[in-house]
Design a protein around this ligand. Structure first.
Ligand code: DGJ
Length: 536
């Protein structure tokens, strides 16, 4: 376990602070990339870890630069460091082969001017399963660009994942976007990652029933998938392994023979083909400019829900292996979390080495607490409530992000370490204990305003020194259960980080310190040192 001494922490903080707050001049060189060393996945920007304190714009906001103009300052006031904005195929390629990059160039330029980074969403063939963002010349040619059919012969507004022409057209447009992005941002790295399509899948049935799909369904399961399943049988996500077990793990055969003629078997079939499609779109884009790319999921809404009631074939956690086998150019899959059970969903999406990134989440008062948890507990790449442009500049999220912005240089230094812990109160949960090296943190949730949840994160910067933040909980430190002795506060400073340097404020003692430190309802940062002493 590593505890950087204070000096190295300060130097590191200065470097990271400049990078993460966007003040550092972008340096020519490596594009943003994912680094998988040291037990965590980091988004590396200008060679430094970047933690996305984000927000996703509403769907239509980024279709007008004038509409966006007054929004950028508000996003800055909310202490975002990254904005998630969409690019639509219909506005990028209004006529086949004629590309219009006015919006792309304008969004990148405006973000840069406001010292904000971007994640861009490619609204192409799929947007919440539908094809509404395809250009008119694609929408109106059902022969060349065939539709998904829920019943044989009955067209829908969803495109079929089995249509090579649709894949080729989508991939060509996305490649043109990535080529433009390399031209305008390849040295300045305003854009950090790309989301390829949006909440892909088939609804309200479990698979496409068009003739193209039926033809594919009659074919043998591709060797690539079978080889992946055989090679990873022991580590497959349990739900997927159970579907394969239905045929007693057949290692060849048609989709029905290997996975069964069931909604679950249909979902595997659909997932392979949608992931294959999106993976090839991503490959075409990466060939031009290899930014990290991911796919986002409309989640299973309740345990046991059948595929089709949620988008079948989309990147839900249980088909993570299928997506990994089908789409190697997709670096990870990401949950859009609007459900109550935030912690379990985060756990589902960190299985099998998938890094956690939450591109969409509810933008209510819990958002800031969820950011502490995603970053502190799962060392997430980042967090972004949806519809961020609906929030006023004074929203409490801005205070939570303000604290996280200050801490970002230190957080980045502890990713993948047990010295960084996060927590989030769930329903009537009252207390928890966290081991932090030589000590045990005892946390009790307490809110002056009943119904307000608690949450926060702790960073052990030395064996006896802790940065503490969050709201609506009290904390004290004790000896690990297996050791005897007492622990008490040595010093507790309230303070802020300015340009990566700690600037202490009040020294808390007496009523403001006490046996248990009360974090209260407003986010702040405390730097506390403790000491142990023998009971006898
Ligand atoms: C999830 C989608 O991914 C977003 O684009 C948006 O439609 C939200 N749902 C609306 O809640």
């Amino acid at each position: 376990m590593r505890y950087p001494n204070l000096i190295s922490w300060m130097v590191c903080g200065l470097l990271l602070g400049a990078a993460i707050s966007g003040r550092g001049a972008a340096v020519a060189g490596k594009a943003p990339r994912l680094d998988h060393t040291g037990g965590a996945t980091r988004l590396m920007v200008e060679g430094q870890p970047w933690i996305i304190l984000g927000g996703e714009l509403h769907n239509s906001s980024s279709s007008s630069l004038d509409y966006l103009r007054p929004i950028w300052p508000r996003l800055k006031s909310l202490n975002l460091n990254t904005v998630i904005a969409s690019l639509s195929w219909e506005l990028v390629e209004p006529e086949e082969g004629r590309y219009d990059f006015t919006l792309l160039d304008g969004i990148v330029e405006a973000a840069r001017r406001h010292e904000l980074k971007l994640v861009l969403i490619w609204f192409g063939t799929w947007k919440n399963t539908d094809g509404s963002y395809a250009p008119g010349w694609v929408k109106t040619n059902l022969v060349r660009f065939p539709r998904c059919q829920h019943r044989p012969g009955v067209n829908t507004t969803q495109f079929s994942a089995f249509a090579e022409a649709t894949l080729a057209a989508d991939a060509r447009a996305f490649a043109a976007v990535m080529r433009r992005l390399r031209e305008v941002d390849g040295q300045t790295h305003t854009v950090l990652m790309m989301q390829v399509e949006n909440e892909a899948g088939v609804m309200p049935v479990s698979r496409d029933r068009s003739e193209l799909a039926e033809e594919a369904h009659r074919k043998p399961v591709p060797e690539e998938l079978m080889n992946y399943l055989k090679a990873h049988k022991a580590s497959l996500i349990p739900e997927l392994r159970a579907v394969w077990a239905s045929s007693n793990y057949r290692e060849s055969g048609t989709w029905s023979e290997v996975f069964g003629d069931t909604p679950a078997g249909d979902e595997v079939f659909q997932a392979w083909h949608i992931a294959r499609f999106i993976g090839r779109v991503a490959e075409a884009g990466k060939a031009e400019y290899p930014l990290p790319m991911y796919a986002n999921a409309w989640l299973v809404q309740q345990r046991g829900q059948e595929p089709g009631k949620y988008p079948s074939g989309g990147p839900v956690a249980k088909v993570m292996d299928v997506w990994r086998a089908a789409a190697p150019a997709i670096d990870f899959i990401a949950p859009d979390i609007y459900l109550e059970d935030f912690k379990n969903i985060c756990a589902e999406y960190t299985q099998s080495g998938n890094p956690l990134f939450i591109p969409e989440a509810s933008r209510d008062e819990r958002a800031g607490l969820r950011a502490y948890y995603a970053i502190g507990h799962h060392h997430a790449l980042g967090f972004a409530p949806f519809g961020i442009d609906s929030l006023p500049a004074t929203n409490v999220l801005g205070e939570h992000y303000g604290v996280l912005q200050q801490l970002a240089p230190v957080l980045a230094n502890h990713l993948g370490q047990k010295t960084l812990r996060g927590f989030l109160q769930y329903r009537d949960e009252r207390r928890l204990e966290l081991d932090l090296g030589d000590y045990r943190a005892e946390i009790e949730y307490r809110s002056e305003d009943p119904g307000r949840l608690g949450g926060g994160l702790l960073i052990a910067t030395a064996p006896d020194t802790f940065l503490i933040t969050g709201v609506n909980y009290t904390i004290r430190f004790a000896m690990p259960r297996e050791k005897s002795g007492q622990v008490a506060w040595l010093t507790i400073d309230e303070g802020v980080f300015r340009h990566g340097q700690w600037v202490p404020g009040r020294r808390l003692n007496g009523d403001e310190a006490g046996y248990r430190l009360n974090l209260g309802p407003r986010p702040r940062i405390l730097l506390a040192r403790v000491y142990a002493f023998p009971e006898k």
